[in-house]
Each structure stands twice: as C-alpha cells, then as structure tokens.
Ligand binder design. Structure first.
Ligand SMILES: O=C(O)C1=C[C@@H](OP(=O)(O)O)[C@@H](O)[C@H](O)C1
Ligand SMILES: C=C(OP(=O)(O)O)C(=O)O
Length: 438
C-alpha cells in the first residue's frame, strides 16, 4: 500500500489553543469490528459486505493477509465518507500453497490470522515491523501446536514464525494463558466454528485483560449464526458449524473518538461525535463514564455524544481502561489532583511498552508519572514544551497531541504513526483546533 500520511513531517508541532473548542467530529470505522468481520467473512459460507469499514494500515494489512490466504476482497463504492465498502468472497476450499504475511504492528493480524492459516493447506510465514517482534505471541503458537498444527519458530515466542496447515483442525478442549492479551482468546474463538469439533477454550492465567474485546468477539460470532456459550467465567464453548455470510455496517471507532472528546476537557468547550451507537460492544463506550470522572459533562442523544469541559481536569482512580489508557493518561497528566490507573499491566506488550513510554514522555515535559505493577500513578505538575516521542505507537502520538493542546511547544515525533488506525488524524485534529480560533 502507499505510505499512509505521506507528506506529514517527521516532527509535528502540536496545535496549542488558548480558547475553547466547539466542534463536531466524524471518526472512521472501528478497527476491532472491521478486522473481526474481515476474518469471519474469509471463513463464511458465501459473499459478505462490509459497509463503512475502516481503511487504515491495520485494516489494509488484514485485507492483504486474507487475500494471500485465498479470499477475494473487492472495493465497491459505499455511502461512508471515509472510503469504499468491501465485498469479501471467502477462502475457497481448494486454496493451497505457500505465502508470507506482513503483520505490520497489528495485533489483530498477528493473533487472528495464524489460526486461519492452520485451516488452509500449505505454509504461511508471519513477520512484522521491528516493534512487532517484541509483542507476545507464545499463547497462540502453543495453542496451535496443542491443536495439532505445525508451527516453526526460533523458540522466542514471538514473530517471525510459520504455520503449516493441513486444511483441518480437530479442535476440542484447549487451555491457554491469555494474561498477555485478550486477542489470544478472540483469535481462537473466531476460527473455532471451522474446527471439526468446535472449541472448548479455558483461560488459566492470573488475569484476563480487555474483557470488552472478548465480549465483542462473542457478539459478532453470534451475529453470524455461531453458537457460543460463555456462561462459565473464563471459558468459552464454540459449536462447529457454518459462518453465515453477512452484510453489516461498521460502527465508528469509539476508542479513536477519545482524543477528540478529551479535547473538550483540555481546552474547555464542546466536542460532539456523530454516529455514536445506542448500544455497542466497543470499549470506547466507556468514555461516557471515564470523561465525567475527570470533570466533563457528557450527554448521548440522537446518536450524538456531546462532551463539555471547562479546561479544568480533576484526577481520578480508573481501572481497566485497556486501549483507552494512553488518552486517559494524557488527561491525568494535565489534572489538578492525583490519578491512579490500574488493571493495565498488559499494556507493556502493546505497540510499545506503553507504561514505560507514558512515564518517560510525561516526565520529559516536566510531569510526575510513575509505573506501578499494573498501571500508573500520575500527580499534578506544571508541564512545559518539548519533543514527545511516540515509539511507533499511534496512541502515544494522539496522547502527545492532546497534551500539546494545553502546553505550548510540544512537538510530536512521527505523527504519521496514527495511520495504524486513523490516517486522517492530523487533518481532523487541525479542524478541531481551528474551531478554537474561530
Ligand atoms: O481484539 C481487539 O480488537 C483488541 C483487543 C485489545 O488487545 P489486548 O487485550 O492485547 O489489550 C486492544 O487493546 C486492542 O487494541 C484491540
Ligand atoms: C493495542 C492496540 O492495537 P493492536 O490491535 O495492534 O493490539 C491499540 O490499538 O491500542
């Protein structure tokens, strides 16, 4: 694919505002929903359509991965403002051969695609960006081996590795430790209807992160006619059977809506996000409770979420903020009282070690942040300008932009990393900040 955000400079002076914002923002489709539905469409019993899907580096990598496994994916004009719809014809039964898949830095690609590769005859190599090689993968590698699939790696429990599928996976009972990522559970559940005996998956680890993302997986599976029993905590039973072809509209990415909504707290003023679903499995719906805890008022009416802030942020104790944590941490760094974020130890295995990265960057600007065993403590401090490093992490980039809204002279390194899930970020952020000047 062409370089996302081509032309965006390597260092990006974050817009600083001195008056309240007043903006309505439309955000593109959910990464988590787009990539789940793409995987299910590749395994479905006929042609599926995704309306208003995300078009970003992570979704393009998923499209390429599924194409190389044999799915036919075609772009067709749609109604959404952010790009075409997708028609997907599943991987045909006769698909075979060898292929190499680039996972980039996409957790959904590196975790969701290997079980599919086990269902397709032939050898599939997996590798990704330099940072991808330090993301945890051993739970998937071990799970596939327990399921009888050949995996060849160098024993490090990470990319690169190859999966040699025979075309069938028997399935049955399987224990894994998904403490490092909920994506291990989602990956196995998504492919499980195509295992001969289905799957009885049991999580045996100490903690299970990002439960909302697992609930999303269960919900999308049920939506395409798959029988999933999740009545026993930390266990899932997926019945074998067909995955019904579907035609579905992808919701806007509520996690990516976060930095825009948070701008109302930082600058004061009002930000509205259109197309907010009345009910959703996205973890980003938690903004409706997180932002009020930090001092905003929030109203959901007529499909629009409206967030109003005063420019004054109070600290809070917030648990299990999952992929929302970098945005939350940026808000807390601007808070007038201490904050404690808990239940996010597994962020150490995200695009970068997010806990270390947030502490380093907040403190570089004069902040007072500290790592705990499972999160962060952030105390009030007066921040100053400087370079904000992003470590190839899109959510570090948007966190830097948010701090720069209130602190003059913040320069974000590599804003183009936002192309991972939101290529339009620099442009949408400029529009938002211009509303403060108007
Ligand atoms: O399944 C998904 O779509 C995701 C699950 C979560 O992963 P972790 O459980 O590794 O946090 C989340 O952080 C990631 O952004 C997307
Ligand atoms: C953790 C994230 O991504 P990934 O899907 O690559 O795990 C994220 O987007 O915050």
């Amino acid at each position: 694919m062409s370089a996302p955000n081509a032309g965006v400079p390597a260092t990006w002076p974050a817009p600083f505002v001195t008056s309240p914002v007043d903006a309505t923002v439309a955000v593109p489709g959910s990464k988590s929903l787009t990539n789940r539905y793409l995987v299910l469409a590749a395994l479905a019993d006929g042609r599926s359509r995704l309306r208003a899907p995300l078009h970003s580096r992570d979704s393009e990598l998923m499209v390429s991965a599924l194409r190389s496994l044999g799915a036919t994916i075609t772009e067709i004009p749609g109604d959404g403002p952010f790009g075409p719809d997708l028609l997907i014809d599943p991987v045909p039964a006769a698909a075979r051969g060898t292929r190499q898949i680039d996972c980039g830095l996409a957790g959904t690609v590196m975790r969701f695609v290997p079980p599919l590769a086990g269902l397709v005859p032939g050898t599939t190599g997996f590798d990704g960006d330099p940072h991808a090689r330090s993301r945890p993968m051993s739970a998937i590698i071990d799970a596939l081996r327990s399921l009888g699939v050949q995996v060849d790696d160098d024993g490090a429990g990470s990319l690169p590795f190859s999966v040699t599928g025979s075309g069938r996976i028997a399935g049955g009972r399987l224990e894994i430790d998904a403490a490092a990522s909920s994506q291990f559970v989602s990956a196995l559940l998504l492919a499980a209807p195509r295992f001969d005996k289905g799957l009885h998956l049991v999580h045996r680890g100490s903690t299970l992160p990002s439960p909302e993302h697992i609930a999303m997986t269960v919900s999308v599976l049920r939506g395409v006619g798959v029988d999933v029993d999740d009545s026993v905590p930390r266990e899932w039973r997926v019945a074998p059977g067909p995955i019904a072809a579907f035609d579905t509209v992808i919701e806007p990415d509520l996690s990516n809506a976060g930095p825009f909504l948070a701008a109302a707290l930082v600058a004061g003023g009002t930000v509205r996000v259109a197309g907010w679903p009345a009910s959703t499995t996205q973890v980003g719906d938690k903004w409706r409770s997180i932002l009020p805890a930090l001092g905003a008022s929030v109203d959901l009416a007529g499909g629009t979420l409206t967030v109003t802030g005063t420019g004054r942020i109070r600290g809070a104790d917030l648990a299990d903020t999952s992929e929302l944590a970098p945005t939350v941490a940026a808000l807390c760094a601007l808070g007038s009282s201490p904050s404690r974020l808990t239940g996010i130890a597994h962020l150490r295995g995200h695009e970068t070690d997010r806990l270390a990265a947030l502490v380093a960057e907040i403190n570089r600007l004069g902040g007072d942040a500290e790592e705990t065993t499972d999160g962060l403590i952030i105390r009030p401090a007066t921040l100053h300008g400087g370079t904000w490093e992003t470590y190839a992490d899109h959510r570090m980039a948007t966190a830097g932009a948010l701090i720069g809204l209130a602190v003059p002279g913040v320069v974000v390194r590599d804003i183009s990393t936002t192309a991972k899930t939101l290529p339009q970020f620099p442009e949408l952020w400029q529009q938002l900040t211009r509303s403060a000047e108007a």
